[in-house]
Design a protein around this ligand. Structure first.
Ligand code: HEC
Length: 140
């Protein structure tokens, strides 16, 4: 096919559109994952192990239920687990502070959970600096 200036122009426009959209999304949600809500992050990253209803599973391993899990009462507990991982759960430290706060708030307020308190982006930032610093000794 011959590339008329018109076609080239169309291709350029399409390309620029994609780049602009990606740039806007990157501002807040850069790092490793494009997820824009706690729900999306849960569905893409967490439910494979913890199950879509968050009731967990046992089989080749034991995946704890997050529904009715009283450990989630402590707001920063899920933040710490997500940032650092624990035993058979890998760390998800490539999520942004916003994404970690969103997914922690999501699991604390869905699946029948209604734990008090909202986790803020600043709290995640603070905990990340303390708990996932460069002198951190990762278990395993
Ligand atoms: C590869 C499987 C896997 C994935 C993916 C995973 N988890 Fe886990 N998760 C586990 C396992 C296994 C444990 C139990 C770890 C242990 O033995 O202490 C756990 C523990 C937890 C706990 C602590 C529960 C408790 O009772 O102490 C929380 C909170 C949690 N996960 C949240 C998440 C969130 C949020 C995500 C997604 C960002 C996620 N997990 C993704 C496997 C997974």
């Amino acid at each position: 096919m011959t590339m008329t200036p018109h076609k080239i122009g169309l291709l350029l426009c399409a390309g620029l559109g994609v780049v602009t959209l990606a740039g806007a999304a990157a501002a807040q949600y850069e790092r490793g994952y494009p997820y824009r809500s706690g729900e999306e992050t849960y569905q893409r990253l967490c439910q494979g192990c913890h199950m879509p209803d968050a009731r967990g599973a046992t089989g080749a391993g034991a995946y704890p239920a997050l529904t009715g899990n009283r450990k989630l009462q402590t707001p920063l507990y899920p933040v710490l687990i997500v940032l650092r991982g624990q035993k058979a759960m890998p760390p998800f430290s490539d999520l942004t502070d916003q994404q970690v706060a969103d997914v922690a708030n999501y699991i604390r307020s869905h699946f029948g959970n209604s734990f008090a308190g909202q986790i803020t982006v600043d709290q995640v930032k603070g905990l990340r600096a303390r708990a996932v610093g460069k002198n951190d000794q990762r278990p395993g």
